[in-house]
Write a protein that binds this ligand. Structure first.
Ligand code: CTP
Length: 397
């Protein structure tokens, strides 16, 4: 197996001296370490000690001619299996939580698509400050992993929580994160994901559609692919980039979406996230409707096929069929009813009464199955996707 690669960001705190020991332990454990040293970090440890222990070049400037020529900052952020921030200072946490890209370390954190592990280190009052609590909650919602901090006497003479975790504990957290990141438990499994709205023609220029952004469905397709699944993403009209490793089929109507899903069978997993139009105009004329003396034309609607229910009762039924339900009230009761009606295995019930869910980046969901209900905290849509993909992998293992 190829050597696993850590990108280690060393922030400016007295705990930086422990990062040298961390580098030594990582190297001993067979991990490659590429260090980024912030300007403040360089006040505590020298680039030379870091480079000598890491046996690699130390990167520190965003627009350095020599650094960028060797490895651009975007490439740097992608070249690792795991990004580790140790010490993660209050400043680095705040920058990452806000998505700032003001130096090499913060730009790398914003540009990476790899898991991030932070080992915070700061004075106890900075750690307990509401601003740091907010940043911590935001970073956790974004899927960032944490190790420590520990409680104890501090370099500043105070006592409390805020000491960076010890290097062996950080190494253990690194190894745990790598084994999750490196595992591809869905390798060899096929998955179908529907996402986005559908658009149902009234005439050649007009459609009935809805405001679904497709964000959650695309994130799920990407997360399943990251775990090794072979994913067919059947997408209604949305402006989302195709996640890496996913086969995308663009469709417009519910009937086209169903046809594409059935053609993608057999599969072990189906996740129906699309906001399929429940009805379509009975006749979509070949000619554009014109305004006339008779006033607005009546539009007769007929029901669309239910893709989720059709997949759930197909002779080629995937082993795990999952639907989504957007609810504003009686979340679990409604989800349970939907589970029975559609014949699927899980309903991911989505509380859309909460502010910022529709079209936003966060989601608060509960997984309803015949076995019971699992409530998840508010998470980013990316984190919901990763957690769901992991639950799916667990279920099929
Ligand atoms: N679904 C589908 N095909 C349809 C309608 C819905 O595949 N024609 C799927 C959606 O992708 C989602 C679930 O069914 O997984 C949502 O069920 P739906 O009955 O549409 O519920 P809501 O949209 O929540 O609406 P309502 O509560 O009004 O029934």
């Amino acid at each position: 197996m190829a050597e696993e690669r850590i990108l280690l960001i060393v922030g400016g705190g007295i705990a930086a001296y422990k990062s040298l020991e961390l580098v030594r332990l990582c190297r001993k454990a067979g991990l490659a370490v590429r260090p980024i040293l912030t300007q403040a970090g360089a006040e505590f440890v020298t680039p030379l000690s870091l480079a000598a222990l890491a046996e690699d070049k130390v990167y520190s400037e965003l627009f350095s001619l020599t650094d960028e020529a060797e490895m651009g900052h975007i490439e740097l952020s992608r070249s690792a299996d795991l990004v580790v921030v140790a010490p993660a200072t209050a400043d680095l946490m705040a920058k990452a939580a806000a998505g700032l890209a003001s130096d090499l370390a913060s730009t790398t954190l914003l540009a990476t698509d790899k898991p991030v592990l932070m080992a915070p280190a700061m004075n106890v009052r900075m750690w307990e400050h509401p601003a740091t609590r907010r940043n911590l909650a935001q970073l956790k919602a974004d899927g960032v992993l944490f190790v420590g901090p520990d409680e104890g006497p501090m370099a500043c003479g105070e006592y409390g929580e805020g000491r960076m975790a010890e290097p062996p504990a950080i190494l253990a957290a690194i190894q745990a994160a790598l084994s999750v990141a490196g595992a591809r438990p869905l390798a060899g499994k096929r998955a179908i994901v529907t996402a986005g709205p559908t658009a149902e023609p009234i005439d050649p220029v007009r459609v009935i559609t809805n405001r679904s952004s497709g964000k959650q469905g695309f994130a799920i397709a990407g997360a399943l692919a990251e775990l090794g699944a072979q994913v067919t993403l059947v997408a209604g009209p949305v402006a989302q980039p195709t996640p890496p490793g996913v086969t995308r089929l663009d469709v417009e109507t519910a009937r086209e979406m169903l046809e594409a899903c059935e053609a993608a069978l057999p599969a072990e997993i189906a996740v129906c996230v699309a906001a399929v139009a429940d009805w379509r105009p009975q006749t979509a004329g070949a000619r554009k409707l014109k305004k006339g003396a008779d006033g607005p034309p009546p539009i007769a609607l007929v029901e669309n096929p239910d893709i989720l229910a059709t997949l759930a009762k197909s002779p080629k039924r995937p082993r795990l069929v999952i639907g989504f339900a957007a609810e504003t009230h009686d979340l679990e009761e409604n989800a349970r009813a939907k589970l029975a009606k559609k014949g699927c295995d899980w309903i991911v019930a989505n509380d859309v009464s909460l502010p910022g869910v529709m079209g936003g980046d966060d989601n608060t969901v509960a997984i309803v199955s015949r076995g019971g209900v699992e409530r998840w905290d508010r998470l980013s849509k990316g984190a919901v996707a990763r957690k769901l993909a992991e639950r799916i992998a667990e279920e099929l293992s």
